[in-house]
Design a binder for this molecule. Structure first.
Ligand code: GAL
Length: 466
């Protein structure tokens, strides 16, 4: 009996100490939990605050560039009336579209699309307009000659803290190789210009010349060399150029590779190939933060794009390739990255004639890629439907202001290709994308990519980090 009595009491006291022990444990862990929660809250809140502050200050800097600027132009009435008989047969003459006017050498709107020499941007003159970009005006180099760097791209050389702009030198006669062929200029070569401020460009000469005599050479003047882009390879210390190599009929559809130990060349031409046995026309290359580089090219009759990692020396593609934007018929790809997301701007496929740009986004560079809409903002509807009468060629990050980029495009001048112009505009990433995805349950996955039209603009303070 006693035992019976004792047992419960012993049991009870044991239970009591167990309870008090677990209570104590609970209190201690609760306290530790609270401390951890406060700590995490602080970290998150602090980071949030820092991020918000950075975003706010970036927003202040880019606010002016993100103002929507309208542009008005009147399309002149159709020239020459049809006779009453012609009207009966074919109806009244249709009013020309803005693109008809743009492509018509005799159009009264010519000076609007291609302003004359009097308005040229000249870095040798100081004054009010110094350091301002004027899209589509003639842009002179430091010798006073129009810059010849079409379909180009920019390399920032960390060693010399200098920007190098590479592009097609099209300073020759425009002609048609065949009646129905596209307007062309013989290969002259790849020009290079250098600058510290992205506005004053010094001509560094032709760093990869065309070939005058050897008709079997890829770079023979009768062929096509377009969209040259250069990357620096950290492992080999070499500058590697990739470009679109073709014949006059665009049937060779290949990429070419050249190498140099200096950003200003001379580049040694190595070879051309069809990557992975596929056609490759408009193309670009992109170097990621981890030093890996990629080739992106229009393929299969320009109906899709392909992405392929380059080998470590950037001299070839690896065996890996992914088809992206299949069936979307995009070309003139430009690739850039912001906060771990990859973005691309592309054009449609209408030769030298302008068309609507589209922005695309991806979490992984190898895809899947999603189309997120037309990035063009401002101007007017026609401007937005024609990428401001231009075609993408490169997007340059501004190191001091994350989220701000320069969108570089070509306003091609098919009757006189050497007089094609550069349309550089600010590009920002932020806000909600126009075309959210079907499978994201209403939460837009991507930020909007916006290219703002400005007649005149300049880089904001603090865009440089050195
Ligand atoms: C464009 C292409 C240019 C050039 C042109 C020739 O579509 O983007 O780089 O090849 O066609 O018509």
């Amino acid at each position: 009996m006693r035992n019976k009595h004792r047992k419960p009491s012993a049991y009870c006291s044991n239970a009591g100490s167990k309870y008090s022990l677990s209570l104590l444990t609970f209190i201690i862990w609760g306290f530790v939990g609270c401390v951890l929660m406060i700590h995490f809250y602080h970290i998150i809140h602090h980071n949030d605050q820092e991020e918000t502050e950075v975003k706010l200050s970036n927003h202040m800097v880019t606010r002016e560039l993100e103002e929507v600027e309208e542009e008005n132009f009147q399309i002149p009435p159709p020239r020459g009336k049809r006779s009453p008989r012609a009207v009966l047969r074919r109806g009244p003459r249709k009013p020309p579209t803005a693109i008809d006017e743009f492509l018509d050498e005799a159009s009264d709107m010519r000076p609007f699309f291609f302003p004359g020499r009097r308005n040229a941007v000249d870095p040798r003159k100081g004054g009010n307009y110094s350091m301002h970009f004027y899209p589509a005006r003639i842009w002179l180099d430091t010798d006073g000659n129009p810059i010849q760097a079409h379909g180009g791209g920019i390399l920032f050389d960390e060693k010399s803290e200098t920007y190098y702009w590479y592009g097609e030198n099209k300073d020759g006669e425009t002609y048609h190789a065949h009646k129905k062929g596209a307007a062309r200029v013989d290969i002259i070569g790849v020009s290079c210009y250098s600058s510290k401020d992205l506005w004053t460009w010094k001509n560094e000469g032709i760093v990869l010349p065309g070939e005058e005599t050897n008709i079997t050479h890829d770079l023979h003047k009768s062929n096509v060399l377009e969209r040259p882009k250069v990357l620096y390879n950290d492992l080999t210390g070499q500058y590697i150029m990739w470009m679109h190599i073709d014949d006059a009929n665009y049937t060779k559809a290949s990429v070419g590779v050249a190498i140099s130990s200096s950003p200003t060349g001379p580049f040694q031409y190595l070879y051309s190939k069809q990557p992975h046995g596929f056609e490759s026309r408009d193309m670009t290359i992109f170097k990621d933060d981890d030093g890996k580089a990629y080739l992106i090219y229009s393929s299969v009759d320009n109906s899709e794009l392909h992405v392929s990692p380059l080998t470590d020396d950037y001299l070839d593609v690896t065996r890996v390739v992914r088809r992206i934007l299949v069936g979307q018929h995009r070309e003139a790809p430009t690739l850039f990255k912001h906060e771990r997301t990859y973005y691309m701007i592309t054009s449609g496929c209408t030769g030298w004639a302008p068309n609507q740009a589209l922005a695309h986004a991806a979490d992984k560079i190898m895809g899947p890629w999603e189309t997120i809409g037309n990035p063009c903002v401002g101007g007017n509807k026609v401007f937005r439907m024609t990428t401001f009468f231009a075609q993408s060629t490169f997007v340059l990050p501004l190191p001091g202001i994350p989220g701000l980029f320069i969108f570089m495009a070509d306003r091609w001048n098919p009757p006189e290709l050497r007089d094609s112009r550069y349309v550089w505009l600010p590009l920002t990433v932020g806000g909600l994308a126009d075309e959210p995805l079907e499978y994201n349950f209403g939460f837009p996955l991507w930020s909007r990519v916006s290219i703002y039209w400005h007649k005149r603009w300049r880089l904001p303070q603090g865009w440089r980090t050195w």
